[in-house]
Design a binder for this molecule. Sequence first.
Ligand code: F6P
Length: 524
Amino acid sequence: MWTELKTKAASVDGRAILDLFDEARADEFAVQTQYMRFDYSKTNIDTDTRALLLALAGSANVAARRDAMFAGEKINETEGRAVLHTALRNLDGGPVHVDGEDVMPGVLDTLARMEDYAGEVRCSDITDVVNIGIGGSDLGPAMAVQALSPYHDGPRVHFVSNVDGAHIADTLRGLDAKTTLVIVASKTFTTIETMTNARTARAWMQDHGGDPGAQFAALSTNLEKTSEFGIPEARVFGFEDWVGGRYSMWGPIGLSVMLAIGPDGFRAFLRGGQEMDRHFCAAEGAENMPLMLALVGIWHRQVLGHATRAVLPYDQRLGQLPDYFQQLEMESNGKSVTMDGGAVPEESGPVVWGAPGTNGQHAFYQLIHQGTSVIPCEFMVACEGHEPELRHHHDLLVANCLAQSEALMRGRSLDEARAKIADKFEGTELERQAAHRVFAGNRPSTTLIYPKLDPFTLGQIVALYEHRVFVEGVILGINSYDQWGVELGKELATALQPIVEGEAPADDKDGSTQALVRYLHTHR
Ligand code: F6P
């Protein structure tokens, strides 16, 4: 199927996307559910290409793998684990079995404990919550807390992730240790950055009149370590190894979100995820939004060879969504080995990056429009903002979002560029100036449009992208749920720590590392 797709790509190379539009295209090349619309009509995908892409998904057994995932089979084969973040949002679904045991009673019990605890904290004199975590124990909740700020009615929530002391110092400065709750969020409870920050926060609380015995909570799978750290069981919210770190915001790792927006808001977020799960499991072929989002991704990255994709939310509160998707997609599908240990036959997942519009327009869109590389863009926008009194802002925001995807597709020809400035220049100067004002156009983009960024919608968006990553991983034969690629750096950092501290020689290090350590020691 890859060969057919590449042949097809070669045959439509240079074809104008704009010319594909007839009256039906906009609807035929979009997936619309009751709650949102995903438009991929501004790509060079036609009916035949879509059929080939769907056949590719068919030959990779995406549907069977999906069913295996939801059924609790151990599809994370390198770690021998099930992949069941979907169980965390299976609010009123049926039983889900792992090793013959229904995990749902435990999931619902932990959710109820979180709700009781959140209720208690939200009624107490706690004014500030500091979530200490990194990667999946930080990016998701931090993104969601910002995204849902109009729904905040709890304590202020802060996030500390970096081991750079600047992060925790800047965060704790100005907080009252007596009214601050520290949440240590770590699936393993061994991550060096998180444990270092947690110990620093504990010392700060002790020194400033707080009570770490009462003002620390833990979110983890490692109950032995949470107890060693001294956090009483009542304030430990555990989860199982079948929840991957970057997929974990639906359970205990989402406690900071629950504290900010309340248990009802958090349930609405879970329901959004569950709604997308139902859609993903039920919708057929081209009607299936995560499937089509993934296939558009495969078309752009593996078939056409575009190395990156930009996530461009026209939604200021989704400012951290590109960072969150970066981990979700790159840690999941940035791999060159297939499940059975062979080489991935196609390119691995793309570089994912982005920033909210309209800010990005004034920073990096120049390259997207006129650079030599094609960067598929994924726009997102809400029909309505949360500031009815600022409706004109929102209209301008939406107009910009639509204008960018139109401009990328339409471009501007040399004739049009010339006509624009014909009154200012003439002759060779006109030609020279006009050349700079040409936009190649024909640059692909998709747009996700949803009514309003509320908890339910955010839940759907996050689950949509999770399933997209899953489908892309299945098609590439990758295990999207391990992350061995982060291990080597961690090991070397541990070995380098005594060298940096001056406690061990750097003799066995390469010349560059030795020289950098020498510079460090002579300049501090
Ligand atoms: O370094 C990678 C990683 O293991 C991520 O996958 C994970 O989200 C992050 O570190 C944090 O891990 P933990 O939640 O165990 O502290």
